[in-house]
Design a protein around this ligand. Structure first.
Ligand SMILES: Cc1cc2nc3c(=O)[nH]c(=O)nc-3n(C[C@H](O)[C@H](O)[C@H](O)COP(=O)(O)O)c2cc1C
Length: 182
């Protein structure tokens, strides 16, 4: 039996015709340097919001949830994002301070994932982030919290048309070491 929805999905291209090269052997030792290089290339390629990523958290039962948010900075504390402590993700982070970020830049077939422990940044930094938001109306929001993911692992992924997708991994753990063509 034909399934038009399945056919519609199967007919969509996974990646654009032109994909950039990525040589993991030439990648810098610092993953933040590579991220910033890729972010600049994403902007040059017309990616509209390369600073948008999904954030996955899990509750105390291990039930995962994910949503999009905005990367605010990267420094020695980690990869910053901000949200309300009273939101679902805020409540999940309070009981399970671990998270995974995933960036996807479709124009280039590029994906970057970052995972690790999450720390709460200072009250002052959180208030400054709240007031710097475009919609800030002068009022305070004591629930607003700036967090940082302190990465245990970071993986850069570049799609290839021959399906020998390139992966470059930074960090410790079971995935340690570069895996290409996966
Ligand atoms: C592109 C994009 C960026 C977003 N950025 C943020 C953000 O930086 N902080 C935030 O709290 N929510 C942001 N949101 C809204 C979240 O995706 C989410 O709907 C909201 O925070 C509630 O999530 P929760 O119920 O899982 O906690 C963004 C949504 C989109 C689509």
């Amino acid at each position: 039996m034909s399934d038009p929805f399945r056919s519609q999905l199967r007919a969509l291209p996974d990646f654009p015709l032109e994909l950039p090269d990525f040589d993991p052997d030439a990648a810098p030792a610092d993953p933040v340097e590579l991220f910033r290089r890729w972010l600049d290339e994403a902007l040059a390629a017309g990616v509209q919001q390369p600073h948008a990523c999904s954030l996955a958290t899990a509750d105390s039962n291990g039930q995962p949830s994910a949503r999009m948010l905005i990367l605010k900075n990267i420094d020695d504390d980690g990869w910053h994002f901000a949200t309300s402590r009273t939101s679902r993700k805020g409540r999940e982070l309070a009981v399970n301070p671990r998270a995974a970020l995933n960036f996807y830049w479709p124009q280039q077939g590029r994906q970057i994932r970052v995972a690790g422990r999450v720390i709460e940044l200072s009250e002052e930094a959180s208030a400054a982030d709240w007031h710097a938001r475009p919609a800030a109306d002068g009022t305070d929001n004591p629930d607003w919290q700036l967090y940082a993911v302190s990465p245990q692992e970071i993986e850069f992924w570049q799609a290839r048309h021959d399906r020998r997708h390139m992966r470059h991994f930074y960090g410790a753990g079971p995935e340690s070491g570069r895996v290409n063509g996966g």
